[in-house]
Design a protein around this ligand. Sequence first.
Ligand code: NAP
Ligand code: ZN
Length: 367
Amino acid sequence: MFTFSLPAKIISGENCIAEHSKELSTLGKKAFIVTGKNSAKINGSLRDIEKALEQEHIPYLLFDQVTSNPTIDLARKAAQIARDQHIDFIIGIGGGSPLDCAKAIAVLATNEVDDHQLFSGPYSQPFLPVAAVPTTAGTGSEVTQYSILSNKHLETKTSIANPGIFPKVAFLDARYTLKLPNHVTIHTAVDALSHAMEGYLSVQATDFSNIFAEKSLALLGECLPLLNEEPTLAIREKLLHASMLAGIVIAHTGTTAVHSIGYSLTYFRDIDHGRANGLLLAEYLHFLNGAYSNKIQAILRTLQLKTIKEFSSLMDQLLGEKEEIALSEITRYSNKAAQAANIQNTLIRPTEQDIANMLKHSLTFIS
Ligand code: NAP
Ligand code: ZN
């Protein structure tokens, strides 16, 4: 038995915001636009949303303070403004950080919850509706029910996972991703890869979620080997679609051990989220290969690769020199990862020692 639900309306294509501005008027009467500090102003996405809102006579306010890996406090600060200004819907524009922050604001604008209850509920009030405009191609946050925030209490990244924060509408226009710096293109594409692979290898995978994972992997298999050069618009569009498809996958399967471990690399070492996952993927495949070689062969075939070694070389080509890691860090991160909620989705639940081994072999170990 399984359920499959895709609540976000996906509108994709060049100029899709202008052509579908009416979608915004179905969400509310006063908008809160949530972005990072710079990129949305430069890549055309903010201008297109502002024009669409003006076209629909919807007043709006801009919050452009979202930093990478946003914190609970930042979401609270923005939610207070949203409340004071009687905002009734949110538009997140950006990479996963502004999109996730937009979703957390949607929760906090209507609910008085402490930092623990923010993640676990219960929530007394419905959340504000959210529209999402991804400008990186990696997190798939525009089609997931997750908002991932840096959590100083637990010293890791923690997810709100609630169907109420699925964006109502996602606008996918690959033109916004044209000027992404090369390292962001690569790290975010590898995040999408990680979602598709982990989703395929999740205990919650179904034949239905695998359809989306396989299509995402096939697109990524075409694009990833080309990413050391500036991608064309056609490649950018494939990456954006691969990311969205992989988002649909994890919305159903959750992420697994790779994300559980990667959170520490981001929280403590400031390694980009997608990069953190990418560094770990080859060792993760080795870890599962004994018992699940048929699934891993299927993933490799779909990526147009033959062996885990070939996969590992592709990751090395994309990610370059690996960061150093010391034994004390390995011990600390393994302990954190073993307690993460999403590790339960892994086909073979790794022990702390298994996680320590993966970390030791994935980064440059310094004793
Ligand atoms: P990000 O932190 O949102 O953005 C990274 C950088 O890219 C920022 O400096 C940003 O600049 C810049 N940028 C964004 N779009 C750009 C564009 N079109 N052109 C040029 N620069 C651009 O990175 P991300 O990897 O997309 O998101 C990572 C976050 O998503 C993490 O917090 C992760 O935990 C979360 N995540 C969420 C889900 C989910 O399902 N909700 C899934 C995976 C990951 P500005 O700051 O100026 O915009
Ligand atoms: Zn991710």
